[in-house]
Ligand binder design. Structure first.
Ligand code: FAD
Ligand code: NAD
Length: 471
């Protein structure tokens, strides 16, 4: 049946892009509907991404510390053990609490939540296959596509989500595997690889390129890789997996050098395929309505999130830019501001990326390599956490801050931090860059003592004046 009231905006997808857009749209006074088919709000991020992975990263870190580092601090626990069921339960409770919280926010802000799978059937019409059965047509002035992404499959290595898993299966393995192969040394591979390595799996990461996380500063990622190796992860670089099959309780993999050459066999109890994600647009009706794609299979948009059809917008993982929850949220807010006639805008130069391993690696702005490739004249400043008093006091001093500024104007162009809590430390740099600050501005800002943040100040001093104080 047709819905009686025409909506100002219908958002398809209830992930960080879609649900944040919906709340903001309602706050701006727009009649707003959000359609979500998975039965819970929060999208990939809350249900099978950011949140459950961070829960397991935290729990596994506590176990690793208890086993390897507590005694040194005078805390004696005989033979700490993992209760995998309890660890899973803690994660699930965190997830369900948060997804229900969003339903509460929808009610509070008067967003209509329609449970089902949406399909665009015209520039101003969305049909929903309702989760409770039947279907419904919603008329609307504007549509926002926020359907997110799915795992990129690897030909020859079929995912069964039991032995050969994507990140989704990796969050719910029945037991901690004795051996695990991770294909792809990106964010998912290193985070989930760290989880299982800390819990006792022998983890081997197979990476196609000769370096891990391609988007990181090369100096930082070299230090990062050495640290992960010290923690027990092993890496097979410049290697590709050409075939994988489940044989009994094991997975047999055939690997070969990326550039070709003799192949080799490896065996593991579990294999994680984490070679990237791709936009999820199946069954959305985009072809029929005539929405254009870009050359990488994403929805093509202009600077205002508008597709080639003026009433249809797209945000988050389905469009260009980093596939990150906070980026999707910024897209969502800006898109509905534009729909409401305001000046929505996202500054992608100040969107941070954070890898939540231990130590964490956080990045904002350009890397030194990118500066070189663009022919920019830059200066850099560095500071090691080995010289930071707080990091030394708590004996968690692996890492560094590296800052990149314009050689002439001193304007901050990029900051790269590897340390405990780097994901929190990076934000003063994001704010500084948003305000167009120089490294000298950070260098002259008083930072509390003793804090890890003082390493950011010291790196800024090194960038602005050539030498830090404490190193
Ligand atoms: P999604 O979150 O994918 O949401 C899209 C929603 O749309 C889904 O719920 C889907 O069910 C729904 N949908 C799809 N089609 C339809 C339809 N036709 N009708 C109705 N509903 C539909 N990012 C970070 O920033 N930090 C992290 O720590 C982080 N960790 C991650 C860990 C893992 C294991 C994974 C897989 C991803 C992680 N990400 C992280 C990435 C992050 O999850 C995504 O960038 C983010 O969720 C994208 O938001 P989105 O709203 O665009 O899409
Ligand atoms: P990724 O793009 O981060 O890393 C994929 C890695 O796999 C790269 O190093 C790539 O070189 C390698 N690779 C590609 N093809 C390969 C092949 N055939 N064999 C071996 N290696 C191969 O992708 P991901 O780790 O799958 O994560 C997907 C997305 O989710 C990312 O875009 C990321 O932004 C997001 N994510 C973010 C976080 C976070 O912010 N902490 C955490 C998890 C996921």
């Amino acid at each position: 049946a047709a819905s009686s009231v025409e909506q100002d905006v219908v958002i398809i997808g209830g992930g960080p892009g879609g649900y944040v857009a919906a709340i903001k749209a309602a706050q701006l006074g727009l009649k707003t509907t959000c359609i979500e088919g998975r039965g819970a709000l929060g999208g990939t991020c809350l249900n099978v991404g950011c949140i459950p992975s961070k829960a397991l990263l935290n729990s596994s870190h506590m176990f690793y510390e208890a086993k390897n580092n507590f005694a040194h601090h005078g805390v004696i626990i005989e033979n700490p053990k993992v209760d995998w069921t309890a660890m899973q339960k803690q994660k699930d409770t965190a997830v369900s609490g948060l997804t229900k919280g969003i339903e509460g926010l929808f009610k509070k802000n008067k967003v209509e939540y329609v449970k089902g799978w949406g399909k665009i059937v015209g520039p101003n019409k969305v049909e929903v296959a309702l989760s409770d059965g039947g279907s419904k047509i919603i008329d609307t002035k504007n549509i926002i596509i926020a359907t997110g992404s799915e795992v990129t499959p690897l030909p020859g290595v079929p995912i069964d989500e039991k032995k050969i898993v994507s990140s989704t299966g990796a969050l719910v393995l029945k037991e901690v595997p004795k051996t695990m192969v991770v294909i792809g040394a990106g964010y998912i591979g290193l985070e989930m690889g760290s989880v299982y390595s800390r819990l006792g799996s022998k983890v081997t990461v197979v990476e196609f390129l000769d370096h891990i996380v391609p988007t990181m500063d090369s100096e930082v990622r070299r230090t990062f890789m050495r640290t992960l190796e010290k923690q027990g992860l092993s890496f097979k670089m410049s290697t590709k997996v050409s075939k994988g099959e489940v044989v009994g309780e094991k997975v047999h993999l055939i690997v070969e050098p990326s550039k070709g050459g003799p192949s080799d066999k490896i065996e593991a109890d579990a294999v994680l395929v984490s070679i990237g994600r791709r936009p999820l647009l199946k069954g959305l009706g985009l072809d029929e309505v005539g929405v254009k794609m870009d050359n990488r299979g994403r929805v093509a948009i202009d600077d205002h999130f508008r597709t080639n059809i003026p009433s249809i917008y797209a945000i988050g993982d389905v469009v260009q830019g980093p596939m990150l929850a906070h980026k999707a949220e910024e897209d969502g807010v800006a898109a509905v501001e534009i729909i409401a006639g305001k000046a929505g805008h996202v500054n992608y130069n100040t969107v941070p990326s954070i890898c939540y391993t231990h130590p964490e690696v956080a990045t904002v702005g350009i890397t030194e390599d990118e500066a070189k490739a663009k022919g920019l004249a830059v200066k850099t400043g560095k500071f090691s956490f080995m010289a930071n008093s707080r990091a030394r006091a708590v004996e968690d001093a692996d890492g560094l801050v590296k800052m990149i500024a314009d050689a002439k104007t001193d304007k901050l162009l990029g900051v790269h931090i590897m340390s405990a809590n780097a994901g929190e430390l990076i934000h003063e740099c994001c704010v500084a860059m948003e305000y167009g600050a120089c490294s000298e501005d950070l260098a002259r800002t008083c930072h509390g003592h003793p804090t890890l943040s003082e390493a950011v100040k010291e790196a800024a001093i090194a960038t602005a004046f050539g030498k830090p104080i404490h190193m």
